[in-house]
Design a protein around this ligand. Structure first.
Ligand SMILES: NC(=O)c1ccc[n+]([C@@H]2O[C@H](COP(=O)([O-])OP(=O)(O)OC[C@H]3O[C@@H](n4cnc5c(N)ncnc54)[C@H](OP(=O)(O)O)[C@@H]3O)[C@@H](O)[C@H]2O)c1
Length: 276
């Protein structure tokens, strides 16, 4: 079994990517370099992470060919109006020292800016050549339906929080209905789930690390991508070593059954109304 490549409405997106939130400076550059040397070919950053320069440094240090890496960045929610979105994307490219990214996402919806305006600006950034594909993040199902309806170009991905404690069935169904890949952020529950007793029990039985069991749970779901973050080289390698085993349907179901109403971990005041 090797890396899985998702067809995200035409974008070829490696299903296991590397998250970089909270990584900064040299630590970030070293982690991105280590991830690429390990075999990751999908790196996730954002203007808001203030690490695009370091991500670019890591990309160059690894010597992996630019065309072999899928790079995603995001436009922060206060900059998704007409003109501002395009300027944010251009500034991201300057910091990354790239001609274009592979995927440009709206980081969060913004109730004070008309969605039609944001989606038009996103499409404009695509036409300007700043990115190969466009998408959204933190869009619940109804808002995703609306964004798809408004967008001239197909949306490649909707990046949302997802892990065994959070039921995302409604968003997953909406994504599949539109051919949009679902990218799981906080796939390890920000690391907490690697210490969950139920997950530890499955991990012990299958002879794998808890993080590997959780990542298999993501990757065995159709059209789901996961972007775990780590600053630790051993974890970076461990999280990529997941292509030579699979979970049984029973273990998949047992992990999904851990979902609970208070399972959401990222819920800022400006968040949209979630499906659940
Ligand atoms: N679109 C959005 O609004 C949004 C929001 C949040 C995150 N994201 C993206 O999603 C990425 C992932 O989310 P996240 O970073 O919040 O959480 P995460 O990937 O679920 O968890 C990261 C944490 O898990 C630990 N960890 C990683 N591998 C491990 C292993 N094998 N064993 C034990 N612990 C391990 C890391 O610690 P060590 O460093 O010690 O390994 C780190 O503390 C982000 O980096 C970012 O790119 C997007």
């Amino acid at each position: 079994m090797s890396q899985i490549i998702l067809n995200a409405n035409g974008a070829q997106m490696p299903a296991l990517g590397f998250g970089t939130y909270r990584l900064r400076g040299e630590t970030c550059a070293r982690a991105v370099d280590a991830a690429l040397r390990t075999g990751y070919r999908h790196i996730d950053t954002a203007a808001m992470y203030e690490n695009e320069d370091a991500v670019g440094e890591g990309l160059r240090a690894s010597a992996v060919r630019r065309d072999d890496v899928f790079v995603t960045t995001k436009v922060w929610t206060d900059s998704i109006g007409a003109g501002a979105l395009e300027r944010s994307a251009e500034a991201s490219l300057k910091r990354l020292k790239l001609d274009r990214v592979d995927l440009l996402l709206i980081h969060w919806p913004n109730a004070t800016i008309p969605l039609a305006e944001s989606i038009a600006a996103l499409n404009h950034a695509l036409r300007l050549g700043y990115t190969r594909a466009i998408g959204v993040a933190n869009f619940p199902s109804a808002l995703l339906d609306e964004a798809v309806r408004l967008s001239e170009a197909p949306l490649a991905a909707n990046q949302c929080e997802y892990h065994p404690l959070l039921d995302q069935s409604a968003v997953l169904t909406a994504c599949r209905c539109h051919g949009v890949a679902f990218t799981s952020y906080c796939p390890l529950g920000r690391g907490d789930l690697t210490r969950d007793p139920s997950i530890l029990a499955i991990a012990q039985r299958v002879g794998r690390a808890p993080s590997q069991v959780i990542l298999r749970w993501h990757l065995q779901q159709p059209d789901v991508c996961a972007i775990p973050m780590s600053s630790n080289p051993a974890h970076i390698a461990q999280n990529f070593d997941v292509f030579d085993f699979s979970l049984t349907a029973q273990d998949m179901a047992a992990l999904s059954a851990l979902a609970r109403p208070d399972g959401r971990m990222v819920n800022p005041g400006f968040a949209p109304r979630w499906d659940v």
